[in-house]
Design a protein. Sequence first.
Length: 226
Amino acid sequence: MKIEGPFEACQVSLGHITYPGYEHLRWEAVIQKIEPEKLFSFTWHPYGIDPRVDYSKETPTLVEFRLEKTASGTLLLLTESGFDKIPSHRREEATARMRAAGLSRLRTLRDMSPRSHSRERVRLQLQAEVFAALGDQTRLLLVAKLAAGQPQSIAQLTAGSRLTRQAITKHLRVLERAGMVRCARSGRERRFAFNPRPMEELREYLEKVSGQWDAALDRLQAFVEG
């Protein structure tokens, strides 16, 4: 994200989104509090990505970053409140996108954690989400379709399937929460694109397990022959 100036309490913060696929969007939030080394908070309209919608009529949510000292370092607490005030027709989409984005952030934070066991726990949690999402034939077919080409709309993904658009959308939401699918608007349509990173992490994990298994077999062979 490229911010157009320093953060100031009680002032509007403006900027441009730089995340791939969302470069056309503007960042706008109201900075609420800045307490150095303790608290940073702002209000905004989560995932207000449709340029045809006036989100200013909605009640914004409150995002808070809090720092707390612990015995081993510093703990970052991130909370967002006020989703109950978002119109119901938008709440489901906004929260689904937040979950997907949260998983992506966890992948980044995983490598920043000072505790190896915490990193391992986060890594396993993320991989479990991906394995669970892939444990369905329809979702496997959707991943194969999206991985083979360009972003596709619901109509394109439903073509040739016996499932309804609503059913396909539900499957896509599961894949989106696992971080394997990203959704972006193109005119009036929503287009879904494949994100290969979670699959690459699974491949790395399976290669690691395979190496451990090979090493165990080598030790067994050495024991038997010795």
